[in-house]
Design a protein around this ligand. Structure first.
Ligand code: ASP
Ligand code: MG
Length: 412
């Protein structure tokens, strides 16, 4: 069994979906489990619907656009009659859920998951229509999680047990990003979580390999739009790839690598546009010295906590700060302390971060800056070090022997 994962960009248009089918055709001797994301930017659009619904605003225009986008995709692929009933059921459900009262994160998961469900219905129908033996599977029946909506944690033992019947299917099409609680409510695994789903199935089915098909030729040393000399890695050790994702490289979801590394399952990152290119193989390997790896993480927020009475930030106070950060489920991307303040940099997810700032404000004087970019240079050399330390708008820098990080204003 091998696992293929296709993200939103590879499903955004009928032509791209046809290309997905071509690639699957070329691998039809394999037993395959195909994980798909929502099509194009559907998840963002559904997030918008949830935001409007929760603010008790009208969301019919937004919902209408999502609906017609999918109907047009199905029409262009000549599978509308096959999927019409299912699409209607999903859209009715979407409408009903968005109108439901409830806790934000719970409603979010029930609504947003429909992007993947609808996408997988269309993809499975199209694969069948071109003669492939595709069987649609509801990932929620296999991936069991806790009820931490929007950031659900996988129950690995249960999932591994439930997933086994999928071993016997020739070609399964299922959804990324979603799972379900013990009470069968839908959960999501965090934004961009479909890669992680591929990792989960890879681990649980002890797959031969997992391939993530992307619109880039593989894992690169930097974003080629920002750095013309970026190179594609032929191979990378799991550890190196995991660290890149930790620092914000968006090519693979950070949680994807660990389950695969645990079972020694190779992870390929390949281009769906040029599938004959070798791409990147991530596995247990040794590589000679790697070039500097540059990762840009935009939309950062730097929060500084100061003690109000001119005393120092001591350990009990740090404990209070860390407890709040942990309670709000926020991840620190960089931190630094001085005598009277403690500063840390986080992804600016506005709702959550404003709540954290408010909580910290009860005990500290809190300052924050948004619209920052965190640039990480792993394996930096003297040239990149000099260059990045001179970045205009630099407000904070930190380095270890292997990694340099600079936090700068704007989009760098
Ligand atoms: N559709 C989800 C998202 O956009 C999951 C994914 O694409 O990986 O976050
Ligand atoms: Mg995606």
């Amino acid at each position: 069994m091998d696992i293929f994962k296709y993200g939103g960009a590879s499903l955004q248009s009928p032509d791209r979906i046809k290309q997905v089918a071509n690639i699957i055709q070329q691998h039809k001797e394999k037993k395959l489990l195909v994980v798909v994301s929502a099509m194009g930017k559907t998840t963002n659009a559904l997030e918008e619907v949830v935001a409007l619904a929760m603010a008790k605003k009208d969301f019919n225009t937004e919902l209408g656009a999502i609906k017609s986008y999918h109907v047009n995709q199905a029409k262009a692929l000549n599978v509308l009659p096959e999927v019409q009933t299912e699409l209607s059921t999903h859209f009715e459900k979407l409408n009903r859920l968005a109108n439901q009262m409830g806790e934000y994160d719970f409603i979010y998961d029930q609504v947003v998951a429909l992007g993947e469900l609808i996408s997988s219905v269309i993809v499975a129908a199209y694969l069948k229509s071109v003669g492939l033996p595709a069987q649609w599977a509801d990932a929620r029946q296999y991936i069991k999680t806790n009820n931490a909506y929007r950031e659900a944690k996988v129950n690995w033992r249960e999932t591994e047990k439930l997933a086994q019947p999928l071993q016997h299917q020739k070609l399964t099409v299922t959804q990324g990003f979603i799972g379900s609680t013990p009470d069968n409510f839908t959960t999501t695994l965090g934004r961009d979580g479909s890669d992680f789903t591929a990792g989960i199935f890879g681990f649980c089915l002890n797959a031969k390999s997992v391939t993530i098909w992307k619109d880039v030729p593989g894992v690169m040393s930097a974003d080629p739009k920002r750095r013309a000399n970026a190179i594609v890695f032929e191979e990378l050790p799991y550890k190196e790839a995991a660290e890149m994702t930790y620092f914000g490289a968006s090519v693979i979801h950070p949680k994807t690598i660990k389950p695969l590394a645990n079972r020694g399952i190779p992870l390929y990152v390949k281009s769906f546009i040029e599938p004959t290119l070798p791409g990147t193989k991530i596995y247990e390997c040794r590589v000679a010295k790697l070039p500097p790896l540059i990762v840009y993480k935009e939309n950062q927020c730097l929060i500084s906590c100061k003690v109000t009475d001119y005393t120092f930030v001591d350990e009990p106070q740090l404990a209070v700060i860390f407890k709040a950060i942990s309670d709000y489920n926020v991840r620190i991307n960089l931190m630094q302390n001085s005598a009277i303040s403690f500063s840390f940099c986080v992804d600016y997810r506005e709702r959550k971060i404003m709540k954290l700032i408010e909580a910290l404000g009860q005990q500290f004087e809190v300052y924050f800056n948004t619209n920052l970019t965190l640039i990480t240079v792993k394996n930096y050399d003297s040239k990149t070090s000099a260059e990045f330390r001179a970045t205009p708008g630099l407000i904070l820098e930190q380095s270890s022997r292997s990694t340099l990080q600079v936090l700068v204003k704007g989009n760098a």
